[in-house]
Write a protein that binds this ligand. Sequence first.
Ligand code: ADP
Length: 268
Amino acid sequence: MVYYNDMDYYLGIDVGSTASKCVVVDASGEIVARGLHPTGAGTVGPRACVDEALAQVPDLPSADDVASSCATGYGRHLEAWTTMQMSELSCHAKGAAHLFEGVRTVIDIGGQDAKVLSLDEGGRLVDFVMNDKCAAGTGRFLDVMAGVFGCAVANLSELDREATEIAAISSTCTVFAESEVISKLAAGTPIPNIVAGVHESVVERTHGLAKRAGVTPNVAMTGGVALNDSLRERLERRIGLPVATSPLAQFAGAYGAALHACGQGGNA
Ligand code: ADP
């Protein structure tokens, strides 16, 4: 027999271009479960990340049992079963404001776009700049390069730590940069040095976006690329400020969506 208690749960799902993320919070906004699955085509990936999260909450046999739910991300319109759908800007800002105390600048780099959000003292979104026109400076750029190196994107950070110098990548276009990386490999340039160059290329683009948005401390990084510590540290050196992150950085949008669903945390 399934045991139900009086606790209400709220679900947020962020259907990103690369990964679908789900966060379940309780009525106080505490995260109680999360799931992540490649988005893929259709609704199978998003459904899998929801199932993964629900499996961690014995009181929640199905998504129909949550008190309210909110979908965000580029694929949010496919999630018609949710109570509401909200823009990723609004959800990212809310999630980041809750993850990082006093954050005023959020640098979010996902699989398909990069954005810099400016928040006011109350954690409300006041402005943003975005690159969603070009793969350079996004997770997609790193995914392509990891493919050339024959490693997982999660290993790029470690490889960068072995670099003895930076093999600069001059092409800004992902396709040309990929050819440049292949040429450098053929010329015998050590992989870690090329990885450092690839990271510097992303940092350069990100810094450009951040300068357009204006950088007010505290600064935090979200999105899957925030898991790349070497890249984040290079960004810190370029910006000249600490850039905070969290193991939950990739879940910022889903967390914000869950908080919207439970009506928590102001108007961000
Ligand atoms: P989206 O919301 O657009 O799907 P995410 O914020 O989930 O994007 O970020 C996906 C990107 O994060 C991937 O394209 C990849 O480059 C990067 N990424 C994912 N996992 C890791 C990891 N463990 N280490 C480094 N980078 C990662």
